[in-house]
Design a protein around this ligand. Structure first.
Ligand SMILES: Cc1ncc(COP(=O)(O)O)c(C=O)c1O
Length: 387
């Protein structure tokens, strides 16, 4: 059977790394996982308890397409608590993960052939989902001096219909402050481009609180998820905040594409929003891990890194060590038993000289991974590499 041209999307290389790591484990090796972008912890206990209870008393059939009203209201309340933003719960759409949010947002906002700017490096699925929907991802190569976040000059005159940003970002963990975010919103809107803000790593911040685009404008789509701060990746539940006059458009698409986000996950997500103590304890682990990474990576010889403001990643420029990040990552997995992600997933042009290290696992794992990396780099004669 023939395939559509739209379906020719690239594989997610980190998944191939995960598979290679799994095979090594199957063969009896212990692998330290610095490749996966997910918490090592499960859903908070309050979330699983609420679901256990609901499973005994409710059929958990479809919910309405926009999500359980109680969950939409609780999410809206969180905007007051976290950002002092007064949000109408009617604007909240519960989605099957933020990934489901991207599908809804891109479908609601763009026509075939529309051009959407995305920062490079950036989360790979933006590009692939856009392509699969017949849209045109426009890579905006970002600069070190802008901490690998886009700035208005990067898309001046590019005739975009959309601009997608993430703060804190994957793979860099860098954030847009209020001024930087404001400038992007203004420049995008000035060009007639819809502004979409991926805020999935909010709550995982180490120096300053992340700014939501909703503090600056109502004319935007904000996408978020229970996957990261709430530690619920496999539950596939997230949300989107859209302008009031877009709710019905999104609702009609959601009804047809998904019917609803998983009901069981919505029940758990609602309870997770009151599990702050446990979630803050997870954050304390990431904070410790971040400190370990910022000390251990340069010592091992990965000297060209920018301290991340949030999320749980460090993005390293390894151009002095290799020009083939995929082969280098494979060697690190083979020789050091540490799985890391080659930058090509995030930046098709420059990613052959970058690696992403995730520090979402336990602090013991991170310490062990760092000492393995240091040993590997010494044995390879690379530990003295200069930035
Ligand atoms: C920046 C970013 N956005 C979205 C996602 C997808 O998350 P979800 O589990 O909510 O679909 C990820 C996953 O790693 C991510 O890093």
């Amino acid at each position: 059977m023939r395939n559509s041209t739209r379906s020719g999307v690239d594989p997610f290389i980190v998944m191939d790394v995960m598979e290679a790591a799994r095979k090594a484990e199957e063969a009896g090796r212990t692998i330290i996982h610095m490749e996966v972008g997910q918490p090592g912890t499960g859903a908070p206990t309050g979330a699983t308890a609420a679901l256990t209870q609901a499973m005994q008393h409710e059929p958990l059939g479809y919910t309405v397409a926009l999500g359980m009203p109680a969950l939409r209201q609780r999410i809206a309340r969180m905007y007051g608590e976290w950002y002092d933003v007064d949000l109408n719960p009617d604007r909240v759409v519960v989605t099957p993960g933020s990934s489901g949010g991207f599908l809804l947002a891109f479908t609601a906002l763009f026509d075939s052939g529309d051009r959407v700017g995305i920062g490079a490096p950036g989360y790979p699925s933006y590009r692939q989902i856009l392509k699969a929907l017949g849209l045109v991802p426009v890579d905006l190569p970002t600069a070190q001096e802008n901490r690998l976040q886009p700035v208005p000059a990067d898309f001046a005159g590019l005739d975009l219909q959309g601009l997608m940003v993430a703060s804190p970002a994957n793979p860099t963990g860098t954030m847009l402050d209020r001024t930087a975010m404001g400038a992007l919103i203004e420049a995008a809107q000035g060009q007639g481009a819809s502004f979409i803000s991926d805020e999935i790593y909010h709550g995982l911040e180490y120096e300053a609180k992340a700014v939501t685009a909703l503090e600056l404008t109502d004319e935007c789509y904000v996408i978020n998820s229970f996957s990261k701060y709430f530690s619920m990746t496999g539950w596939r539940v997230g949300w989107m905040v859209v302008p009031e006059d877009q709710v019905r458009v999104v609702e009609r698409i959601a009804q047809n594409m998904f019917i609803c986000a998983p009901h069981a996950s919505q029940v758990a997500a609602l309870a997770a929003m009151d599990c702050d103590e446990e979630l803050q304890a997870n954050l304390d682990v990431y904070r410790r891990n971040r400190a370990l990474m910022l000390e251990g990576l340069p010592k091992a010889g990965f000297t060209n890194i920018a301290p991340p403001d949030g999320a749980f990643y460090v993005y390293a420029d390894v151009s002095e060590l290799t020009n083939d990040s995929q082969a280098f990552a494979a060697e690190i997995l083979d020789k050091a038993g540490v799985a890391v992600t080659p930058g090509l997933d995030f930046d098709p042009q420059r990613g052959h000289t970058t690696l992403r290290f995730s520090y979402a696992r336990s602090s013991d794992d991170i310490a062990e991974g760092l000492s393995r990396l240091a040993r590997f780099m010494t044995e390879r004669g690379l530990s003295k590499a200069k930035a």
